[in-house]
Write a protein that binds this ligand. Sequence first.
Ligand SMILES: O=C(O)CCc1cccc(O)c1
Length: 544
Amino acid sequence: MQSTYTYPRFTYRQSDEQRDGEPQLHPVVIIGAGPIGLTAALECAARGLPVVVLDDNDTVSIGSRAVCYAQRPLEIWDRLGVARRMVDKGVSWQVGKVFFEDRQVYRFDLQPEAGHKMPAMINLQQYYLEQYMVEACQAHPLIELRWKHKVLNLKQDDHCATLSLETPDGFYHTQAQWIIACDGANSDTRRMVGAAFSGQFFQDRFLIADVIMKAGFPAERWFWFDPPFHRGQSVLLHKQCDNVWRIDFQLGWDADPQEEKKPEKVIPRIQAMLGKDVEFELEWVSVYQFACRRIDNMRYQRVLFAGDAAHQVSPFGARGANTGVQDIDNLAWKLKLVIDGHAPVSFIDSYHEERAWAADDNLRQSTRSTDFITPKSPVSKLLRDAVLSLAETEAFARTLVNSGRLSTPTPYRDSSLNTPDSAFFSAHMAPGTPCADAPILRDGRPGWLLEELGEGFTILVFAAEAPDLVIDVPGVEVRIKTIAAPGSGADLIDLEGLAARRYAARAGSTYLIRPDQHVAARWHQADAAAIMAAVARCVCHCVA
Ligand SMILES: O=C(O)CCc1cccc(O)c1
């Protein structure tokens, strides 16, 4: 059915270790070359770790899958050099509208204030996203992509993990210090380590219809509850590139997926929505159900689970792939420190601590959205419809409308890696929070604050001149950067004063920023001993 995209075929090559029959020990092996596995490859390589990526297929993911990519993953991909292509090809949007029956009852704007390098959200077919990342991986000397490699078995001991692999040339073994399992919701790796994956399964079925049409709808997210063209159910509309539009129709519990996929069933639904005169072609049709669940532990000895292999949510809110990318952002710098011997192996447990916390937040949000969209009893439906009716005129009711709260990063508020504030600061940008972006000048050239953060630890001092600090934490790279108003001699010029405002900074305010661009600690006045203690705490060194 798909006519707008031609699937690439990636070349299978026999690896040296299969040819030689000699297993090699790799620092990191990644299982799965989907959006999360490819991000893991780029992120590890960017931090200087050589990686092998195993995938049982030899192309990008087939069909219409994830659609919406949020600002934080785009910022991560920007650091990895792949966001520009995604943004250029994708459809940027920030406004959402919610309709009840035949009227608009609610409107939101994901990014009312400008001054961010990345858009609030883009829509892009998953196959483009993967293709761009595969091409970036192919160009990276530290990444080896092994297509048509199926993992049959996994064993672990104190020394390494050993994988049994099947390829078109037969069977062989490879070894890894660490494995990142990104093999999706049906992860075989999860089964191989015996992990539990529990949560709630939802009975409702949804139809995805991707249609090609030249439509006049704006680049906005439109969500209908109980519209006249699809009574009693919900509908979601998103614009994608190549004139492809994603339409999700709720079908209810009893829908027969095979029947519902037939063009003679799908086309009348779309005509009822768009009008009989609108010309369109079907690009993709599928029916899905979903679950909200999480693995019991994101670390099994040497195996680290990320993305859908670790947690699965409903599509509403676009929290699946977006949170998986943030898993990797959290993991790679920690792995680098551990592999290089600059942090204890136990440091890796902070991956589960921080990312399971984020996964639980996503699960909560996603379950709430699903309950609002698909009420389970007549009373819930009555309440839901009352909220929707009231939202048209009453501000308080708008906060209760939940057609999917779109993905935002979860701050690691209670992380053991944070150094709590010792003086009063406003709540935003507290330890554990991902850094906000802001426009800056560096060496007279325009740039963005986030471009200055992320290589090792950064001490960001809101002052014209660098304080006299000697920061020495063995094995940990720490850079000092000053930021101040135009006219000062600071390293970074806070062009519009947005950085100072977003970080609630006064003269001398100092932020310790982790390699994954999260705040580790902050003070109103820089103090070398306090900073060194915070760095040590953040990498699980024993603090004297
Ligand atoms: O707008 C949303 O809440 C998410 C849109 C979405 C994401 C993934 C699949 C899908 O069918 C819709």
